[in-house]
Design a protein around this ligand. Sequence first.
Ligand SMILES: [Zn+2]
Length: 155
Amino acid sequence: MKCPYCSSDNDAVRDSRIVEDGKAIRRRRFCNHCRRRFTTYERVEGLLQVVKRDGSHQDFSRAKIERGIQAACWKRKINVQQIEKLAAEIEAHILDQYEKEVSSEDIGNLCMEYLRELDQVAFVRFASVYRRFSDIQDFVEELRPILKGGGKRRE
Ligand SMILES: [Zn+2]
């Protein structure tokens, strides 16, 4: 590891420690050339991160997209396979276009685009409710009582 102070490539690891709840290893290094100390972190290359409107990060999850679409398609003539296929297409699109981060807003907009082609009612449902939420999960939770009140229960 190149020393950040003198750029020499001659350091010794003095201490390695698991940190961040097992997600990273911190190494304290000592430069044998300029005798300064520096620290490096080692992490597993992460899953695509979803950045929510409040700035927080979450691992990308296709299951969440699926649940959101499912909620929007409630009582429409759309079967599970169609929903799974749509979610898979959206996921492929996202993984193709975004490397490290994607905003929850972009995900929502993409879901809307795809839903629009599948079913107008589901699209409008998704669009009208989703825009108010920062995350598909929030959307699903908000929609649940509305759906339950409007007909027979799903569960
Ligand atoms: Zn150095």
